[in-house]
Design a protein around this ligand. Sequence first.
Ligand code: PBG
Length: 318
Amino acid sequence: MRRLRINPRIRELVRETRLGPKDLVQPIFVDEGIREASEVPSMPGIHRLPLSDVGKEAGHLADLGIPAAILFGIPARKDKVGSGAYDPKGIVQRAVAAVKETTDLAVITDVCLDEYTSHGHCGVLRDGQIDNDATLQLHARTAVTHARAGADMVAPSGMMDGQVAALRAALDAEGFLELPILAYAVKYASALYGPFREAAASTPSFGDRRSHQMDAPNAREALAEARLDVEEGADIIMVKPALPYLDILAALRAAMDVPLAAYQVSGEYSMLKAAAGKGWLGEDRVVEECLTAIKRAGASFIITYSARDFARRAMGIP
Ligand code: PBG
């Protein structure tokens, strides 16, 4: 076996999995309440941006060869029904428009209420529980406002039952028949979302997300979730988090024919950054190895907070 490992050129020739900037999607946080970029304490290198910086950042990403960004909004005001999420002039809607004015970067939007509700839950509450069907209506309204703002793809992340069907019906009714849906179909109730919730100030004020996000020990259930979403009209299926769930990704790859996305989440990024910051791991090589593993397991593309830095290195920018 060693003949084909003898030097870097030969290894390159026989490499089974290739990773480049074109495989990556960068998340962007846009904060309605700030005037200057502000670093997320638990995510070194990741900033919440004011609306005025978003177009420029998107331009950088496009120049680096990254095909898409996924936008998350942090509204100046939150309320019980998450009105900021479906406000046609909301922060994400304006950010989408700003990006599309500046570049041809593809814009994916996260469709959920948790960043917009005062209680931090993904939908509207009834008797202390999320009301599934009332929430679907608001998610659908949100997706339509994103589409009108110019989004290239919408990504429902609330794990409500029937969310893909609800979005598809609403988008079609408004004429957005060609807008794809990237379904967070297989989203586990993970402890690795902590740094994101710090960034988006979206930690639930009571309870947790276990009534709708998946239970980590379950694998077969992931197939059921993914099949339902494809039946409802999902164009791409996402698994989240990524590295601890490669078995799930590989199983989906074997069972289904749609493109698969993987989300290397905030906690995965923070763990790497913390170890690298202490000099315990070499960040560049570990990031490349982890992202390659996610692709090897079956991801068509990866949402990762490391996209920008990875692409800079790939282009030889220090
Ligand atoms: C929900 C959403 C979350 C993430 C992406 N979309 C938060 C949650 O479910 O609590 C987490 C992403 C990450 O941790 O990087 N809008």
